[in-house]
Design a protein around this ligand. Structure first.
Ligand SMILES: NC(=O)c1ccc[n+]([C@@H]2O[C@H](COP(=O)([O-])OP(=O)(O)OC[C@H]3O[C@@H](n4cnc5c(N)ncnc54)[C@H](OP(=O)(O)O)[C@@H]3O)[C@@H](O)[C@H]2O)c1
Length: 308
């Protein structure tokens, strides 16, 4: 089949492309960077270089395809994430409609339907096509974004250790933590992008009628249990995940010079996870969990942690 993968060779795109090419499909990978072309071709796929916000480029790329995997990369350079998400989804819908693609698999998120401005799932409903919306939970790969916090280096690391772990921890070198306005003993489902790639590969080949929603997860646990698994893998068994209030989180993001609107959006996104509603919806849908567990990812994380 002729298949389109958006999201370049990212966390999902790379294993997805490898698996589809391995199964003998003709795969085109969309990337915004010409520098990615060689790596895409090395995997046996064709590169289409352009932006997912450019409807004409997308229509040219999708023309003649049997199925398209659609994702919108989060772009933190965009101060208004909601407006950007609508712009990108609008470009996709225009291109998918114009090329009459019969099968569309959209990557959304397990909290998307609970958000206001950033929810774009409904925009795809106008397509007269076989449509599956995937709602994956929290990615394991998010831990990479907290690498500096986990290291706990420098003055900030010491001050945070003193504040949240106490003087004894600071004096014995037990620095490093995770933090957010979901965390602590909140129960969360985590998911491996490799398990998501497996689900996308499976979905692209199906042709169900109308619209379906599928939740994706790999393992459920509390945030502190997750911190313990990551901590044990890197020699910091004391690692914990500090739960902040929304106000504390917003203040922290603003101190880090994040534009106010974007900071508020991120706080809203995390607050929804803290509310437990995405977990309720996930449990109601009761999907089969993926095969990659957090302990498997923690080994990969530890290698990156030791290298940098
Ligand atoms: N993190 C979570 O917990 C979570 C939870 C639920 C849902 N999600 C969804 O999952 C997505 C992340 O998936 P992922 O981890 O596979 O992505 P990823 O690793 O961040 O890769 C996305 C790739 O898309 C390409 N890209 C960026 N802007 C582009 C543009 N304007 N046009 C074309 N390509 C562009 C970039 O590669 P090039 O440099 O090659 O262009 C980028 O590396 C998020 O965006 C969110 O929608 C995330």
């Amino acid at each position: 089949m002729k298949l389109i993968v958006t999201g370049s060779l990212g966390n999902i795109g790379r294993p997805l492309t490898a698996s589809l090419v391995g199964a003998g499909h003709s795969v085109t990978v969309v990337s915004s960077s010409g520098e990615r072309q060689a790596a895409i071709e090395k995997l046996g796929a064709t590169a289409a270089i352009g932006s997912i916000t450019d409807a004409a480029f997308l229509a040219e790329t999708f023309n003649g395809a049997d199925a398209v995997y659609v994702m919108i990369p989060l772009d933190f350079r965009e101060p208004d994430l909601g407006a950007y998400m609508h712009r990108a989804a609008g470009a996709y819908v225009q291109a998918l409609g114009a090329t009459r693609i019969r099968r569309v698999v959209v990557l959304s998120g397990w909290a998307a339907d609970l958000l206001k401005a950033e929810n774009v799932e409904h925009l795809f409903d106008t397509l007269k096509t076989s449509l599956t919306i995937l709602r994956p939970a929290a990615f394991y790969t998010n831990f990479y974004q907290s690498m500096d916090l986990i290291r706990g280096k420098g003055l900030t690391g010491k001050l945070l250790a003193l504040r949240y772990n106490g003087l004894r921890a600071l004096l014995t070198g037990k620095t490093g933590l995770l933090m957010g306005n979901y965390g602590g003993d909140d129960r969360v489902v985590f998911v491996s992008p490799k398990d998501i790639a497996d689900a996308v590969a499976e979905e692209l080949l199906l042709l169900p009628e109308g619209r379906a929603v599928r939740y994706l997860g790999s393992e459920e646990m509390t945030c502190n249990e997750a911190a313990g698994i990551i901590g044990a893998a890197i020699g910091k068994p004391w690692l914990r995940w500090v739960l902040l209030t929304d106000k504390q989180m917003l203040r922290g993001l603003k101190m880090a010079k994040m534009p106010e609107k974007l900071a508020k959006t991120l706080v809203e996104m995390q607050a929804v996870t803290h509310s437990g509603k995405p977990l309720e919806n996930f449990r109601r849908a009761n999907p089969k969990m993926g095969k990659v567990k957090l302990r498997d990812f923690a080994r990969e994380f530890a290698m990156a942690y030791q290298q940098k």
